[in-house]
Design a protein around this ligand. Structure first.
Ligand SMILES: [Zn+2]
Ligand SMILES: [Zn+2]
Length: 186
C-alpha cells in the first residue's frame, strides 16, 4: 500500500505524536519546549521559534484528540473529529516550494503551530480513511502496549505496533502459557 510521500509524512507525524505519551505507564516524552523542538526537528519541515509552554500544552491537547482517531472505532465520530480539527485550524491548502520541492501546506504561514499540526494530521489521517478505511488506524494488540500505528499491510493483518518487539513478546507469552498448561495436565 502506497500513500504519496507527503501524506505519508503527515501520517507518520500523527502516529509518532500520539505515541509520545505512553497511556499504559503515563510516561510522556513531550513535556518541555525542548522536547517539542526535538520532535518537530524530526517531523516538520519548518516552524517558528522559540517554542513556549503554551505550544507544548496545545500540542499535547491535540495529541489527546488525535489518539481518538485510532480508538473510537466509529467512522462517523472519527470523521466528525477530523473535520472539526480542519475547521478549527482554518485549514487552507497552499502549494509551496519553500524547501525546493512542491508540496502542500494545509494552513497559511501565519497560522499557529498547533493549527498547522492539526491540519496536517487531520488531512493525513482523513486520506488514509478515505482510501483504505478506518480499520487501518489501529492500537497495538499486545498486552501492556497501547501504541498506535497505521496498518499498511496488504491483507490488513498487522496487529502490533512493532512486530519484532510486541509481536515476539506476545508469541513468547502465548508459548509459555501453552507450556504451563501442558505441564499442568501431565
Ligand atoms: Zn513545507
Ligand atoms: Zn506494541
Amino acid at each position: 500500500m502506497n500513500f504519496d510521500a507527503y501524506t505519508d509524512l503527515s501520517v507518520v507525524t500523527a502516529v509518532d505524536l500520539v505515541n509520545t505519551l505512553d497511556v499504559e505507564t503515563g510516561l510522556d516524552v513531550l513535556t518541555e519546549p525542548d522536547h517539542l523542538a526535538k520532535f518537530l526537528d524530526d517531523h516538520v519541515d519548518s516552524y517558528d521559534r522559540p517554542l513556549t509552554a503554551v505550544d507544548v500544552a496545545d500540542v499535547r491537547h491535540l495529541r489527546e484528540r488525535l489518539r481518538l482517531a485510532f480508538t473510537l472505532g466509529s467512522i462517523d465520530t472519527v470523521i466528525d473529529l477530523l473535520n472539526d480539527l480542519l475547521a478549527e485550524s482554518s485549514a487552507l491548502p497552499q502549494l509551496t516550494d519553500h524547501d525546493g520541492v512542491w508540496h502542500f501546506h494545509f494552513t497559511p504561514p501565519e497560522s499557529s503551530l498547533v493549527a498547522h499540526m492539526a491540519a496536517e494530521a487531520a488531512m493525513g489521517l482523513a486520506s488514509v480513511i478515505r482510501e483504505h478505511g478506518l480499520e487501518r488506524l489501529r492500537v497495538c494488540a499486545a498486552s501492556g502496549c497501547a501504541r498506535v500505528f497505521v496498518d499498511t499491510s496488504r491483507n490488513r493483518s498487522r496487529r502490533y505496533c512493532n512486530p519484532d518487539i510486541c509481536g515476539n513478546r506476545t508469541n513468547v507469552a502465548a508459548f509459555r502459557a501453552r507450556q504451563r498448561a501442558a505441564e499442568a495436565s501431565d
